[in-house]
Design a binder for this molecule. Structure first.
Ligand code: AMP
Ligand code: MG
Length: 331
């Protein structure tokens, strides 16, 4: 897809203009748009963006290959990324501008009758950073175009229905970026590990999940599924922090320790979920999550790719632009 046209009003662009103004003596360069040397220089020759240090595209290096041994994953690794943390944070900020632009196109597309949408599914154990992805990655786009939903223990109302009922109700409408913090896949994770259903029942869910996602994809939704993988040691540190800090107590749940005691069972459940529910329509990407900056950069990249794949332009005006300009001028 063609590079976005200058979105010079974006917050990052604003920041860099601010910095340039600092170097060039005062705020005039920001306020006096287009009239100063700084701004005209930016317009004629935009500064080169931060280096893209992906030596293998995130989507290629992170896409789950059936049969890979999940227990052998280096949770502190940064697969595909040849730069350091500072390089990663710079690229993420730049990608954020592109992501925001692409998401706005998607939203405009939905407002003008389009049927496309994107669904980001986040799975991972407690402390793996799902909430951080929502804040730092999804937080870079316009919230009015986001449909976010977290899935916990089913409520009494939800229990009255099939397990996909609450999922279907939360699917992104056309034009929206849907974000699931946990998902229908819990039906082969916690449900399996805690024996909430008999084996013969939860085993059927693999095929059901695949059929459901194929249907969602066929309706125009690009599905990006991400499993964040945190190491047991890092998880322990993060839980300890939640216990240390009163501002983090709300995130802690005593049951988090019970989950830790069942890590081998969860590992087996995740392994099989990945092997059985990574499909062409809804592939899994497995992201090492001990380094938060890497996980956020990687998900930013995957999401940007998904939105780029839609290849959406701006919808044409459904009114006579010239006539409207003339009308406005006459007011
Ligand atoms: P949190 O993500 O920290 O808010 O925790 C949500 C909790 O809900 C986790 O312990 C999940 O295992 C649990 N949960 C999510 N989906 C289901 C489900 N379908 N059945 C039972 N528990 C679930
Ligand atoms: Mg939790």
């Amino acid at each position: 897809m063609a590079k976005k046209p200058g979105r010079s009003t974006g917050k990052h662009a604003g920041k860099s203009a601010g910095k340039a103004a600092g170097k060039n003596g005062g705020k005039a360069a920001v306020k006096n748009d287009g009239k100063t040397a700084v701004n005209s220089a930016r317009k004629s020759a935009p500064p080169p963006g931060p280096a893209d240090r992906w030596e293998t595209p995130a989507a290629d290096v992170l896409r789950w290959v059936r049969g890979t041994d999940l227990s052998a994953l280096d949770q502190a690794g940064t697969p595909g990324w040849a730069g350091d943390r500072a390089d990663g944070e710079k690229l993420m900020a730049a990608r954020g501008e592109e992501l925001a632009d692409l998401q706005e196109r998607l939203f405009a597309h939905g407002r003008t009758g389009g049927d496309r949408s994107v669904l980001l599914v986040l799975q991972g154990l407690d402390t793996s950073g799902k909430g951080g992805i929502v804040r730092h990655v999804v937080g870079m786009v316009d919230p009015q175009g986001v449909m976010h939903r977290g899935f916990g223990v089913p409520t009494p109302e939800e229990q009255q229905h099939d397990y996909l009922w609450r999922i279907r109700n939360a699917l992104p409408r056309p034009g929206y970026l849907g974000v699931f913090d946990r998902s229908h896949h819990e039906q082969v994770l916690v449900v399996r590990v805690d024996r909430l259903e008999p084996v013969r029942v939860w085993r059927k869910h693999f095929a059901e999940l695949n059929a459901f996602e194929a249907e969602v994809a066929a309706s125009g939704t690009v599905i990006v599924k991400v499993t964040l993988v945190v190491s047991p040691d890092e998880q322990k540190k993060r839980l300890a922090k939640r216990l240390e800090r009163p501002d983090k107590h709300w995130k802690y749940n005593p049951s988090d320790i019970d989950v830790r005691l069942k890590l081998p069972e969860y590992l087996a459940a995740y392994q099989e979920m990945l092997d059985r529910t990574s499909t062409k329509e809804a592939p899994w990407y497995v992201v090492p999550a001990d380094r938060k900056w890497y996980a956020r950069l990687a998900v930013t990249e995957l999401l940007t790719d998904a939105l780029r794949s839609l290849d959406l332009g701006w919808p044409p005006a459904d009114f006579d632009v010239a006539a409207e300009k003339a009308r406005l001028a006459a007011t």
